[in-house]
Design a protein. Structure first.
Length: 711
């Protein structure tokens, strides 16, 4: 987003805010001096000299000052020959204003001053909310920025110097104590700790960090002391990139917002036609005074208070929800389209799988622990990727690994070592041929058919078993595929791997279909093929070699972006490397769209009922709609839309449960983060209740002003 457009939206927020409060202040005396309000609340005693004239003057100020953005918008839309929301609002307030002046100075009739003032107030409020959502980051991110550390403990010449975080330079080393927030993106150069990144990435479990691991500015350090070398500063940091993305997403137009504008344009023509018909009809039936009042009532009541709020409120809230769940939206149209996706294509390596070798199967002819111990003893001396994977697997199984002597690497075949009195060989099928060991096991043959790498273990000339390795499937992938299929979405997989490997992964996960041996530049062709078959396709990949496919798909989703969120080819960016977040994105998109449509129905439903009544269609049966009653119903419609939007605040995406969500989580009142009471930084007793905090900073903020955070 350009600096110019950012300034433009900042100006709009300030302008609507200023005009709203000024208009609201003038609306109070207008309400108190209006005859209808006085009659309703028994304020008939409140009379002042030149009451009508004073009302007219106050209303004129509200009309010109508060209504100016709408009058200007009306002129712009008429000039462009595209009447929309601004035309409808501008026309309604102008007709109400000049008709009311006429009732005071020219002819008899009821004025619309209080309806005019409240109409302008509500529309200013709606546009203020909208401008705020366009300009600002999500509420969660604003909260994070607010409590970001302003100082950092810089290590300079062996001493610790406290400096403003704005003065940090790349390469600086900072000290981060337990409970403190990390001042900027960097890499750990000393120390070990767990870091809470929940407010940044949506990852609720504390993440273990040690030397060489990257950390994100704003994350909360746990129990250990860390020394962090600064890698990114200012606009380069993860948080700055996220805020920039959120602004960019909120600036991109929503399809539903276009729908609201089209509804407003249609409403303008309907109201105008209804007003003209009502005026002509009532001119014959009851004279010009009644006819004019009916026509004006139609135009005033048609003005869409609720329609102006229907979309902006949902946009503001949904941005907060997605950001808190580690889902960053680059394009709102694409985000809305996710709800309609009926085919999701995953890149295999690094998305559905971990992207590194791991042990998948063990075939052992001796006790498994002894078998693994012998294999790991030999492989412990090797630096090969396969060797490391076998050793890691044995350690995770808590197998005792004995010491191997006389270790020898056998290039292209494997390795040898003497473990105790046993001669142990670990290697490929070529090694078996060399040793003259026969192989006849259907289980092992099946593993080889699956395209897995099979390593054989020979002990004292006899085959002791085999270890199968492959690119490990993520545990989360099983649940992601299952949940997508439950939602009626077909799941496909793209991979450059062999047919055998692709077949095994697809079968293991229950994937509908797959494309194997696909080079990166050919992936886009497969996406196009699915689109040609009539599918609405979302492509999920790492955003680097998958870029052409991400752009070709209806929705491009980059997964596992971590701190690198500036992926130009993706519409949606998932911070974590968790395929289940694709399900979350679909759930949130569907829920958000449902709320928008509900709001539009509430807003339009009000007009469907009230315009005919205002025009006097049922007047012959003694049913009519005075402007005042219409205004009350209009306000009620607005309140319903606002309350309906607020229900999104409590929405949690369904279908995907991460480990900590099974526990009873509590909320830190300062930053709003959900935390596990067992791993909370601290707890404080306050007025008979226990309050938990995720960090020292949050606890200190709370102690300064408890009333601010406890309602």
């Amino acid at each position: 987003m350009t600096a110019h457009s950012h300034h433009h939206h900042a100006h709009h927020v300030a302008e609507f805010k200023r005009r709203f409060w000024a208009s609201l202040a003038l609306t109070v005396p207008i309400l108190l001096l209006s005859e209808m309000i006085q009659m309703w609340f028994g304020l008939e005693w409140l009379k002042i000299p030149f009451q009508k004239e004073v009302l007219s003057l106050l209303s004129l100020i509200v009309y010109f000052y508060g209504g100016w953005p709408f009058l200007k918008g009306l002129a712009d839309e008429v000039k462009a020959k595209q009447p929309g929301m601004m035309t409808l609002i501008g026309a309604a307030i102008s007709v109400a204003m000049f008709y009311s002046l006429g009732t005071v100075f020219a002819f008899s009739g009821k004025d619309f001053y209080w309806e005019l003032a409240t109409l302008i107030d509500v529309m200013l409020l709606g546009h203020w909310v909208e401008a705020k959502s366009v300009m600002g980051a999500s509420m969660a991110l604003e909260e994070l920025v607010r409590i970001m550390p302003t100082t950092a403990h810089l290590i300079k010449n062996g001493e610790i110097v406290d400096v403003p975080t704005t003065q940090l330079q790349k390469g600086d080393v900072v000290l981060v104590r337990p409970g403190e927030k990390i001042p900027s993106d960097g890499v750990v150069v000393e120390g070990e700790s767990s870091v809470n990144e929940a407010l940044l990435t949506g990852e609720s479990k504390p993440v273990s960090k040690t030397v060489g691991d990257r950390v994100v500015g704003g994350a909360i350090n746990g129990e250990g002391v860390l020394k962090v070398q600064v890698e990114r500063i200012g606009e380069e940091t993860y948080l700055a990139q996220v805020i920039k993305l959120v602004k960019q997403a909120q600036e991109s137009r929503s399809r539903t917002q276009d729908l609201a504008n089209r509804a407003a344009a249609l409403l303008f023509y309907v109201a105008l036609a209804a007003g003209i018909i009502a005026f002509i009809a009532w001119s014959f039936l009851a004279g010009s005074d009644v006819a004019l009042e009916r026509a004006v009532t139609v135009l005033v009541i048609a003005c869409p208070h609720a329609l102006g709020l229907a979309i902006p409120l949902v946009v503001a809230l949904s941005t907060s929800i997605t950001a808190k769940n580690g889902i960053l939206i680059r394009d709102r149209r694409a985000f809305e389209m996710v709800k309609d996706v009926d085919a999701v294509v995953f890149d295999k390596t690094g998305t559905l799988t971990v992207g590194r070798f791991g042990v998948t199967d063990i075939v052992s002819y001796t006790p498994e622990n002894r078998f693994l111990g012998l294999a790991a003893a030999v492989e412990l001396n090797s630096e090969h990727v396969i060797a490391k994977a076998i050793v890691e697997y044995a350690k995770n199984k808590e197998v005792r690994i004995p010491q191997a002597k006389e270790f020898k690497a056998l290039p292209g075949r494997g390795a040898y070592g003497k473990v105790g009195k046993s001669k142990v060989y670990v290697g490929s099928v070529n090694l078996l041929d060399e040793l003259g060991v026969s192989l006849n096991d259907p289980k092992i043959a099946e593993l080889q058919k699956q395209g897995k790498t099979v390593v054989f273990v020979v002990v004292d000339g006899e085959l002791a078993g085999a270890i199968a390795l492959a690119d490990m499937i993520r545990e989360e992938s099983y649940e992601a595929v299952r949940e997508l299929k439950k939602r009626g979405v077909k799941v496909y997989m793209l991979t450059g791997d062999s047919e055998e490997v692709a077949s095994w992964v697809a079968k293991e996960l229950g994937i509908d279909n797959y494309f194997a041996r696909i080079l990166p530049d050919k992936k886009a062709e497969k996406i196009k093929l699915l689109k040609d078959e009539g599918y609405r396709v979302a492509m999920v990949g790492d955003g680097v070699n998958d870029a052409p496919a991400l752009v070709t798909a209806d929705v491009g989703i980059a997964i596992g972006a971590g701190t690198d969120v500036a992926i130009e080819s993706a519409d949606i960016i998932l911070v974590r490397n968790d395929p289940r977040d694709v399900v979350k994105a679909i759930d949130i998109s569907r829920k958000t769209y449902a709320k928008m449509v509900q709001n539009l129905w509430w807003a339009a439903g009000y007009n469907t009922v009230t315009i005919p009544l205002a025009a006097g269609v049922l007047a012959g049966y003694g049913v009519s709609l005075p402007p005042a009653v219409g205004a009350v119903i209009m306000s009620l419609s607005t309140v319903i839309v606002a309350l309906n939007s607020q229900t999104l605040k409590k929405y949690e995406p369904e279908g995907v449960k991460i480990e900590l969500e099974k526990k009873r989580l509590v909320t830190d009142p300062v930053c709003g983060m959900k935390i596990d009471p067992d791993t909370a930084y601290s707890k404080v007793e306050h007025e008979g209740r226990v309050i938990y905090f995720c960090s020292r900073i949050c606890e200190e903020e709370f102690r300064k002003n408890p009333k601010k955070y406890v309602k």
